[in-house]
Design a protein around this ligand. Structure first.
Ligand SMILES: [Zn+2]
Ligand SMILES: [Zn+2]
Length: 99
């Protein structure tokens, strides 16, 4: 806890009071959203291409390929559900049979 100045680096949003320290976290600065996600993949999922500039979906309503909630709010930000590696692969179809 004594070393470099970067240790306490916080990311902040110019549009709200959110702060986060996780390197990979993504904060959505869209009006009426200002949600923080644990990673870019979840951030992308909550963005919809609908409308002129796209829009934000309610993360609680976003489903993954398996039709279950793709993320949940935990420890201050939206995170993927706690699953085993196997469940994740199944849910995200990363190992689809078909070659
Ligand atoms: Zn914000
Ligand atoms: Zn958003």
């Amino acid at each position: 806890m004594t070393d470099d100045k970067g240790a306490d680096r916080r990311n902040t949003c110019s549009g709200c009071e959110a702060t986060w320290t996780a390197k990979l976290a993504c904060h959505c600065a869209a009006a009426n959203c200002h949600r923080t996600f644990s990673g870019l993949a979840l951030f992308d999922l909550h963005r919809s291409a609908e409308g002129k500039h796209g829009r934000c979906l309610d993360p609680a309503q976003v489903l993954n390929k398996a039709g279950v909630a793709a993320m949940e709010f935990r420890d201050g930000m939206w995170r993927g559900p706690q699953m085993t590696k196997e469940q994740i692969e199944k849910a995200w179809g990363s190992k689809e049979a078909g070659q």
